[in-house]
Write a new protein. Structure first.
Length: 553
């Protein structure tokens, strides 16, 4: 198999609003990121994925772009961006930008034109349909609640928006849209950026007959109908030919609603589409069939093992995977599948990290995950900022699918805002994030959990991540070894091996808060501990609560 730099890399995602403020307006910005680059260098990561920093009215915090070639003024200027990129490169870090081209903002000049008249030259940049029987053209729902169609009085047609009303979907079947998008991608690549993370790229080719979904259609059911449309691979191949193949870059497709079979195409190792797929099947195993992620359902570990193992073995030798627990759309993993009590927070954060970072694929760390940051202790619904949380809360309650209390508890557990509270840098005011009150409150646990404290503690979650990253750098076994799951039915232990030639490692992770017996396979009796979160383990010992252990022979 041909080897690529991005297969040995570890990616760190920055959500700019919440990373570091430099000008005292309570919102993170580009100079703030530049200031913190040495911290990322010390952590040891290779690539930064920068969530959108483009001009945007911020209906969905920057995932609604009104000008792809301008910087959001709250984040700084193009000069600030250039300086950040230059400084990152000087430190040997790469920057991958978010590419959000399934939709634009309704304030983008293309849409402003498109909605003027039916024969406007930009009309076909978007998806317009006549009313059907006086109603929406289909029963598709938006991911942020309500219908995916919005009626536009001026021209008497509906336009499609799979996300908010302010995020109209682009019409990729129009070759002019593809020309414009590819042109814009060249603009950024010529500046020297190192690749793209492509937002909901699996949605760009819709079935333009818009077949109705099930009677109780929601955003997520429509999403699944829209995903992996007829021309998606054709469009990505075209993008690859006309843009990507001209640069030495890394590309990752956010492949929501993508099956393993489809992912083999998106991230094929022949390199005709994207370098890797970011899939979500494992992130929805504790979802509810009706309310989706808005639930308090607990994890059943065998389900997680089944899904992750199917992806690990299914893509082997065919396509490249991404590995992640956290991102800006997920609650904090230590609160979700670990244990954020004082006793177990650090241990379980390290266990989760070990379990993921020893797998095959490119690992992604979301800002603050390397500190073991936790969910926020929300006290009322009015504290949430995220459109996905506030809209869906309203809908769940209005449709009487949940009571107010149930919906609030579900939001507390799964809202995206849990990931979006400011990074906890130190124990000073606002956790060192900003001089001003931050746009989203700082987690009150910042006095104990912060980067400064962790940097000075050799046993911290930060230093554990640092070790995991360093291990990957020096080990072909971790990067290229094949994966095999052991004990698929065990409800507490996640155990797998990785093998490359004569080399083998065993990764054991206890997802429970109790001591567990474990029959060490004979072949690992003489194994050396490569990394572990407790210390003092010897062959034959049980596995302690939230213990993680990697043995190598
Ligand atoms: C996926 C992004 O990760 C999410 O934050 C955003 O709301 C939607 N796409 C719409 O762009």
């Amino acid at each position: 198999m041909e080897k690529h730099w991005w297969q040995r890399s570890v990616v760190y995602q920055i959500y700019p609003r919440s990373f570091q403020d430099s000008d005292g307006d309570g919102v993170g910005d580009l100079p703030g990121i530049t200031r913190r680059l040495p911290y990322l260098k010390e952590l040891g990561i290779d690539v930064i994925w920068l969530s959108p920093i483009y001009q945007s009215p911020n209906d969905d915090n920057g995932y609604d772009i009104s000008d792809y070639r301008k910087i959001q003024p709250q984040f700084g200027t193009m000069e600030d961006f250039d300086r950040c990129l230059e400084e990152a490169h000087r430190l040997g870090l790469k920057i991958v930008m978010d590419l959000v081209v399934n939709h634009t903002s309704d304030e983008h000049a293309w849409f402003v034109e498109a909605r003027k008249s039916r024969d406007n030259p930009y009309r076909d940049f978007y998806i317009w349909r006549d009313p059907k029987d006086g109603r929406e053209p289909s029963n598709w729902g938006s991911c942020f609640g309500g219908s995916a169609w919005l009626y536009d009085d001026r021209t008497g047609q509906y336009f499609l928006h799979l996300f908010s009303k302010k995020q109209p979907d682009l019409n990729w079947d129009n070759p002019k849209v593809r020309d414009e998008v590819f042109d814009m991608m060249h603009f950024w690549l010529k500046k020297g950026i190192d690749g793209f993370r492509m937002d909901v790229i699996s949605l760009i080719s819709k079935d333009q007959t818009f077949p109705d979904g099930p009677a109780e259609s929601t955003g997520y059911t429509s999403f699944n109908i829209a995903a992996n449309g007829k021309h998606v691979h054709e469009y990505l191949e075209e993008m690859n030919r006309r843009v990507l193949s001209n640069y030495d870059i890394m590309t990752v497709g956010e492949c929501s609603g993508v099956t393993l079979e489809e992912a083999k195409k998106y991230a094929n190792l022949e390199g005709t589409e994207l370098d890797m797929a970011f899939q979500f099947e494992h992130m929805s195993i504790d979802d509810d069939p009706v309310t989706g992620k808005f639930t308090e359902k607990k994890l059943f570990l065998p389900d997680l093992k089944e899904v992750l193992s199917r992806w690990e073995t299914g893509l082997e030798g065919i396509a490249w995977n991404s590995l992640f627990w956290d991102n800006h759309d997920q609650p904090r993993i230590v609160s979700r599948w670990g244990n954020d009590s004082e006793e177990y927070r650090a241990l379980s954060a390290k266990m989760l990290a070990t379990c993921l970072h020893m797998m095959k694929g490119t690992p992604y760390i979301y800002q603050g995950e390397e500190l073991g940051m936790t969910n926020y202790p929300w006290a009322s619904v009015s504290e949430f900022n995220d459109i996905d949380s506030t809209n869906n809360y309203k809908e769940l309650v209005e449709k009487k699918i949940m009571t107010e209390e149930e919906a609030f508890r579900a939001l507390r557990r799964r809202s995206r805002d849990n990931a979006r509270t400011p990074v906890q840098w130190d124990d000073s005011k606002n956790a060192g994030f900003s001089e001003a009150d931050p746009w989203l409150p700082v987690n009150p646990n910042y006095k104990e959990i912060n980067a400064k404290a962790e940097l000075s503690d050799p046993d911290s979650v930060f230093h554990y991540y640092q070790k995991l990253i360093a291990l990957r750098k020096e080990s072909d076994l971790i990067v290229y070894g094949t994966y095999e799951l052991l004990l698929p039915e065990d409800p507490d232990l996640y155990v797998y091996t990785r093998t490359l030639g004569e080399e083998k490692l065993l990764c054991i992770s206890n997802f429970s808060d109790h001591l567990r017996d474990f029959d060490l396979p004979d072949s690992f009796r003489e194994g050396k501990v490569l990394i572990g979160n407790y210390g003092g383990w010897k062959a034959g010992d049980p596995i302690r609560p939230y213990e993680a252990l990697v043995l190598k022979i």
